[in-house]
Design a protein. Sequence first.
Length: 119
Amino acid sequence: PLGSVWLYWENDVDVVLYPGAYYAEFGLQVGGDVADNLNLDLSLAQGYATEDFNGAYLGVPKSGLTFLTAHAELEWRLADFLSLAPHLEVVFALDPDLRKETGAGVRFNFGLTLTLGRE
């Protein structure tokens, strides 16, 4: 973390079904309190996958940049042990072959997270 900004790098490797299939995501996240009991987090991430990963999971057997993802989450802390967080994610397929295979250049994901417990 760099103050209210975080850089992150996530790595996933399949070691069972498709050994060596590798996916990585590098991102930038910013967040903080916008009001009492409200926290806003925004992130932007770039994905990369190997030929083995893309072939096995996406049907496009080539390496390269895969998805650009924008994410927004608004967490509402209802109590010390309870929070509710709606979030929206917009995923852009960067590779033309990937867009063709998945059937869309843009995908929207919406979710709602209920958290019980303390950090």
